[in-house]
Design a protein around this ligand. Structure first.
Ligand SMILES: Nc1nc2c(ncn2[C@@H]2O[C@H](COP(=O)(O)OP(=O)(O)OP(=O)(O)O)[C@@H](O)[C@H]2O)c(=O)[nH]1
Ligand SMILES: [Mg+2]
Ligand SMILES: [Zn+2]
Length: 365
């Protein structure tokens, strides 16, 4: 921490000592007069958070009032702490407005969206130059990242394991559009320099991706020493072992902030139709020339998207993926609209009707 000399008119020194702090946060925080401290959530546990405050990392509870209105602090949040040193306690009493917010959809239980992290500038979607490379999965990551408001960057890690990383970059670029794709090796440290534009002072970067792709190894490489535990992937299928279990923030010496995340097993889309449009801007762009405004790009006459596929401008796989993801988002939003239980019932009724029809059709006279 830098040694700040208090002067009469210096006000809060949060700007210098809470990385990522800015004028907007300063003005939101200025409403709090009294024993309050600004802070940033470094890691979140069940009932307590680790918070970076000017000069230290401390533990703080979450106020009951905040929990009652369903506000949950997550890693990256800027918070207001009530500081009561006489009681030996600090409590998070509010969450300052979030600039960006990464969340994933409910895991099928209808409980709504789950926040992952907040106030992230750039998200490194990490994939590895092995069996992990999966374009369809990358599309899902892009949707979720776009809808968070953060900027995506795709890292192709473990290039030391492949003879032709350029070919892989090209493949990824075919679904990434304008998103930068950076080949590198966390192990040999080749290509790491290309990340420095994103790791500038005050910028917050989060790493996401499957288990075993090398997220924690990358964080260690940024530090020149091991700050995170890493572990071998399984030999047979290259799957990771879910080594990182806690989402956590690290502070680089230059003032950049990086967040390591546990490996994601399955990316739920949640409510991210805006993300879908950005991740598939090539299809959205072509669709402007479809004859019908409500064209579904499946079999309509005058469909410009199908024409673009025919002309080889958009691959069939990509269109199929787009249609599948659209269906999934429609299902998600209906699910949250009318409640999971009812929809499941409806779905089964539909299936039951189909089965009946099918039986009738196939029954021999
Ligand atoms: N060959 C090679 N291996 C790497 C590279 N980066 C990471 N690894 C190895 O990949 C394995 C998994 O790395 P981790 O950093 O633990 O992966 P992770 O993404 O953090 O995994 P989780 O914490 O489980 O989500 C380790 O054995 C690393 O040594 C690389 O650039 N090249
Ligand atoms: Mg890890
Ligand atoms: Zn169309």
């Amino acid at each position: 921490m830098n040694n700040h000399n208090e002067t009469e008119d210096s006000g809060h020194d949060s700007m210098n000592v809470v990385p990522g702090w800015n004028e907007e946060l300063e003005s939101a925080f200025s409403a709090y007069n009294g024993p309050y401290l600004p802070g940033r959530v470094v890691s979140r546990h069940k009932t307590v958070c680790e918070i970076l405050i000017p000069g230290a990392v401390v533990q703080a509870g979450i106020s009951g009032a905040l929990l009652r209105i369903g506000k949950q602090p997550v890693v990256g949040d800027f918070v207001v702490l009530l500081d009561q040193p006489e009681l030996g306690s600090r409590t998070i009493v509010n969450i300052l407005p979030r600039r960006t917010c990464l969340s994933r959809g409910a895991s099928g239980d209808g409980s709504g969206e789950q926040l992952i992290a907040a106030n992230i500038d750039t998200i490194f979607i990490v994939t590895s130059a092995g069996k992990d490379l999966n374009l369809r999965r990358l599309e899902r990551y892009l949707i979720v990242v776009y809808s968070s408001g953060a900027s995506p960057v795709i890292l192709l890690n473990k290039t030391d394991l492949t003879d032709n990383p350029a070919r892989m970059v090209e493949k990824i670029q075919s679904v990434a559009g304008d998103v930068p794709v950076i080949p590198l090796s966390a192990l040999s440290k080749a290509g790491l320099g290309a990340l420095s534009p994103y790791l500038s002072p005050g910028e917050t970067v989060a790493l996401i991706g499957s288990s075993g792709v090398g997220k924690s190894t990358l964080i260690n490489a940024f530090f020149d020493e091991a700050v995170q535990k890493t572990a071998d992937v399984r030999k047979d299928d290259e799957k990771g072992r879910h080594t990182t279990t806690v989402r956590q923030m690290f502070f680089l010496p230059n003032g950049a902030i990086v967040i390591d995340n546990p490996g994601i097993r399955e990316i739920q889309l949640g409510d991210s139709s805006d993300g879908l449009e950005k991740a598939f801007s090539d299809i959205i762009h072509a669709a402007r020339n479809c004859r019908f405004k409500d064209c579904t790009h499946r079999d309509e006459p005058g469909c410009a998207v199908l024409e673009a596929v025919k002309a080889g401008l958009i691959t069939e796989e990509r269109l199929a993926s787009y249609l599948r993801l659209t269906d999934e988002l429609v299902f998600q939003s209906r699910k949250s609209e009318i409640g999971l239980k009812r929809l499941e019932k409806e779905k089964y009724r539909e299936i039951a009707v189909t089965i009946k029809k099918y039986r009738k059709f196939t029954r021999k006279p």
